[in-house]
Design a protein around this ligand. Structure first.
Ligand SMILES: [Zn+2]
Length: 374
């Protein structure tokens, strides 16, 4: 990738962050870990406060080499701007944004990170695992009537960014929601990070690279990039958050079975039967049901039980085939094979970076989950 292409990605993504995420006059802290002017120089932690995207883009251009660049997503005390106004400088001890500097919570970040040794970038397959997991979480929360989140590649995994509107001191609600979701969805391949619930949490700045370890063919450095931001970006209600935290508590896990099924929930066995999709086996799955198909609907040569359809107790459905050639195919594609396409909504961004086709396909499927629902 040329330097010009690189800087145009940085510019576009930072503009999107500014336009779609931040409030008017919001101040953010931007922190660069391992900042260095030359590839092999010793890295420094640098920091600055910004209320304008133009100087931020100019300042970032001065540091072509870094481990990672992060920003504060929630609104912070605008007076902190005077610490380092629209410029990057060496981070001073005690000069970083604390929880008490945050004025409110505006985002619930669901960070799905592939399980791997620390200090290395994820492989493409691992990012696809995270995207598959994101699709499950999206389908479940969509079934709980949560509004649409923004969806982003974090560089090594996936971010689902739900809007919320809570005070800084939320009595642990955000952390409890993350813990509940992690209990339900984390597995040995993908981890739902429960440590990102503090209000002053920094997340990777979209448009910058995740540079964990050395970039190799198998484990490349990738851009963090926004893939989808809904046109009407509405907050999840307090009630929905409280219900989620309570619903998934370990001692109430069996209550998942009793989640009221949406009245218009699809009768999956009947749907499969009416479209001649034979079921090999059926098993309980996250409080709902999973049906393993006799043959893959997208490639009839896949007959080793690789394809399945699963339904959450709230009625929402996902579908997938484990074969590599079926990456990117999901419930949306399956429905469209038999039914007419649904109208789309929301805004999608072009994929400007060097991600693999499998990752792009997995993303598209996760975004389609939102864009064509109901
Ligand atoms: Zn298949």
């Amino acid at each position: 990738m040329s330097e010009a292409e690189h800087s145009s990605i940085v510019r576009d993504m930072i503009r999107q962050v500014w336009m779609r995420f931040l409030e008017p006059d919001q101040v953010i802290e931007v922190r660069i870990l391992g900042a260095r002017l030359f590839e092999n120089a010793r890295g420094n932690t640098m920091s600055g406060y910004f209320n304008d995207q133009t100087p931020l883009i100019e300042e970032l251009a001065k540091y072509p080499h870094y481990d990672g660049i992060y920003f504060t997503l929630n609104p912070i005390d605008p007076r902190l701007l005077s610490r380092s106004e629209n410029r990057i400088q060496d981070a001073k001890s005690g000069g970083s944004t604390g929880d008490s500097d945050v004025s409110s919570r505006r985002f619930l970040v669901i960070d799905l990170d592939p399980v791997r040794p620390s200090g290395i970038s994820a492989s493409d397959d691992e990012v696809v695992d995270a995207a598959n997991k994101a699709e499950e979480v999206l389908a479940f929360l969509d079934g709980q009537e949560w509004p649409d989140p923004a969806i982003a590649l974090s560089g090594n995994g996936i971010h689902l960014l739900y809007r919320i509107d809570l005070p800084t001191d939320d009595a642990g609600l955000v952390t409890n929601v993350l813990q509940a979701l992690s209990d339900c969805f984390s597995d040995d391949k993908v981890h739902l990070d429960t440590s990102v619930g503090n209000p002053s949490r920094l997340i990777r700045l979209y448009g910058t690279m995740a540079c964990k370890g050395d970039p190799t063919d198998e484990r490349p450095h990738r851009f963090a990039e926004l893939q989808y931001v809904p046109n009407s970006y509405l907050p999840v209600s307090h009630r929905q958050l409280r219900e989620m935290a309570a619903l998934l508590r370990p001692d109430r896990r069996e209550d998942l079975q009793r989640v009221p099924r949406a009245v218009n929930a699809l009768d999956v066995p009947q749907w499969l039967d009416s479209h001649d999709l034979e079921v090999r086996s059926e098993k309980p799955w996250k409080g709902g049901t999973l049906w393993v198909l006799e043959a893959c609907p997208w490639n009839s040569a896949h007959t080793n039980g690789s394809a399945f359809v699963a339904q959450f107790p709230n009625g929402n459905v996902i579908a997938r085939c484990h074969h590599e050639s079926c990456q990117g195919r999901g419930w949306d594609e399956l429905r469209q094979m038999f039914e007419s396409p649904k109208p789309t909504s929301g805004q999608e961004f072009a994929t400007p970076s060097n991600t693999s086709p499998a990752i792009q396909a997995a993303f598209r499927r996760a975004a389609n989950q939102k864009r064509t629902k109901r």
